[in-house]
Design a binder for this molecule. Structure first.
Ligand code: B12
Ligand code: SF4
Length: 494
């Protein structure tokens, strides 16, 4: 395990308050606060693509306001105060809530107006309100222009709320021009759908008070955004791009002529229809992030996750591989049916099925979810220090193992998966794809010092762009091959 460089473990120091400055009228600064990085996971994931929250809000900013962006995780030091923003909008997730509040206090002391929004504001509005001039509960795209207009008119309220039932097509395009383009693998984080057909008890989507019906954007809107940003690789940040297979098929048809490559989070039932998997591959899908969560059916039933049975996961993974789609499996550890054997069983399964990548999470009860209520009622919540609710720390008492066992088991899973032996075991069965797989695996999973260097020096895009272009070219060839053999089994492992 790599050690964590100081600037990835601790937020930048905030300088002394220099009062008496005039705010720059009609200027807004949008901030993504710092969070500590897990040394066991890849640092690369933090600069894969930006959160879409702030670019979406920037897109909804009225034209008479100037808007800037600051992401503390890009390691460029202390956030800007010169010129002093009139309004500072900060995104709050529970893992960086404390930092968001520190930033709020700091900017407030300088004289800016503080607006807080994001998932944690929805889960814990009273807590957030103590640190803000105004809070936005729910969809910031609807609320942000109203808040700015109220500030202009001197009638700012403390709370603003909007649910997610408005037609998605009414949202303006996110404003990606505010991003430092050199700092991300790709700036095209894009969203096509909102919500999910499931409501798993541990997922933030089941937070009390969150009303997020499944919504799909016009396919053409999505395509226009992708074309406008001009990047070869697109990351869909949807909770589950595969919730409506008919929509996904339509989207694939529209993406196909663009010649891009893309990845997305889907549930494994996307493999119910092999022709949909083929359509995904032919439109440029090179990787999917799949929440398998657990290989134990009891855990899935307890979580109320509607999903194919774990015994059928292997066949489904093989189908994705057959169409050259890499699988990053997400596994949650510490459910009530998990004993100390869960770690070795999970890693063994991942290796047997040659998942190119996996992400492990210690079960984490997000406030407001059914899981939180259940564990709280059972007296199993250990503390409410949100900093550690990052799925890398044990914050509840597991049923069939000790907290230490869960903590050690989690670390062991990552150590095993990122080991030379495991990387080699999971190589694609097509020998032509092995070299590219090894290069990507080593760069992504075993180069955290290198990532630190790239991020600090804003070299992420410059270094990754040739690799992405190489993958895209390989995929275009693979697609030709698929086109020629439509309906047959192909193993390219791109
Ligand atoms: C991209 C992404 C990442 C990126 C970047 C995250 C970042 N903060 O910079 C990376 C890969 C680094 C990442 C890492 C992690 N992530 Co993440 N991530 C996402 C993902 C897929 C998309 C986020 C996004 O762009 N959403 C789209 C925007 C438009 O929606 P939104 O954020 O809710 O914003 C809206 C409102 O909340 C509000 N709003 C938000 N901010 C603001 C600010 C203002 C001023 C206003 C007015 C309004 C407002 O308006 C927006 C428009 O409606 C979400 C899942 C999802 N689909 O949301 C998970 C998600 C946010 N991640 C999650 C988790 C758990 C993590 C990790 C802890 C996982 C891990 N162990 O690695 C890490 C740690 C990072 C951290 N501490 O935040 C959870 C959070 C759960 C929770 N209750 O907090 C989510 C919800 C996934 C899930 N289903 O569990 N993540
Ligand atoms: S399937 Fe995934 S996104 Fe959907 S509710 Fe469950 S955990 Fe959340």
């Amino acid at each position: 395990m790599d050690s964590v460089p100081a600037d990835m473990a601790f937020a930048p120091t905030l300088g002394p308050i220099r009062g008496g400055r005039a705010v720059a009228k009609h200027s807004a600064l949008l901030v993504n606060p710092f969070y500590a990085k897990d040394p066991r996971a890849s640092f690369g994931k933090h600069v894969l693509t930006p959160t879409l929250a702030l670019t979406s809000i920037a897109g909804a900013t009225p034209p008479n306001w100037e808007v800037r962006y600051w992401d503390e995780n890009l390691l460029q030091g202390s956030p800007p105060v010169d010129p002093l923003p009139h309004v500072v909008g900060i995104s709050v997730h529970l893992t960086f809530a404390r930092r968001a509040y520190e930033l709020a206090a700091w900017y407030r002391a300088h004289g800016s107006i503080i607006v807080l929004g994001g998932l944690h504001v929805l889960s814990c509005p009273e807590e957030a309100l103590e640190h803000a001039d105004a809070i936005a509960i729910g969809d910031g795209v609807q609320l942000w222009p109203v808040i700015l207009s109220d500030i202009e008119q001197g009638k700012l309220q403390q709370r603003y709320s909007a649910d997610y039932s408005r037609p998605y097509s009414l949202d303006p395009q996110p404003r990606r021009a505010i991003l430092p383009r050199e700092s991300f693998l790709t700036t095209t984080s894009v969203i096509a759908t909102r919500g999910c057909h499931n409501r798993c008890g541990f997922c933030y989507l089941s937070t009390e008070g969150l009303h997020m019906p499944y919504r799909m954007r016009e396919v053409q809107q999505v395509v226009d955004e992708i074309v406008a940003d001009g990047q070869p690789y697109v990351v869909f940040v949807d909770n589950n791009l595969g919730s409506r297979p008919a929509y996904l098929r339509k989207l694939c048809a529209a993406l196909r002529p663009l010649g891009i490559i893309w990845s997305a989070a889907v549930t494994i039932d996307v493999t119910d229809d092999p022709t949909l998997v083929r359509d995904m591959a032919q439109s440029g899908c090179t990787g999917v992030f799949v929440g398998f969560e657990s290989l134990n059916e009891g855990n899935l039933t307890d979580a109320r996750k509607r999903t194919p049975a774990p015994v059928d996961y292997a066949r489904r993974v093989a189908l994705l591989h057959r169409y050259g789609i890499q699988v990053n499996g997400s596994f949650v550890l510490g459910f009530d049916h998990d004993g100390p054997d869960v770690f070795a069983r999970t890693v063994q399964w991942i290796e047997e099925n040659r998942l190119e990548c996996a992400t492990f999470h210690i079960l984490t009860p997000y406030p407001g979810t059914p899981l939180f209520r259940q564990l709280d009622t059972q007296g199993r919540i250990l503390h409410r220090n949100w900093d550690n609710y990052d799925t890398a720390h044990v914050v509840f008492q597991p049923k069939h193992m000790s907290c230490e066992e869960l903590d050690r088991g989690y670390a062991w899973c990552y150590d095993s998966l990122f080991s030379h032996t495991s990387i080699w075991k999971r190589r694609p069965s097509d020998s032509r794809a092995v070299l590219a797989y090894l290069a990507m695996s080593y760069l992504y999973k075993r180069s955290n010092r290198f990532w630190h260097l790239l991020i600090r020096n804003r070299l992420t895009a410059a270094v990754w762009r040739p690799l992405i272009e190489h993958s895209r070219q390989r995929h275009l060839k693979f697609r030709q091959h698929l086109d020629a053999q439509t309906g047959q089994y192909v193993s390219a492992g791109v």
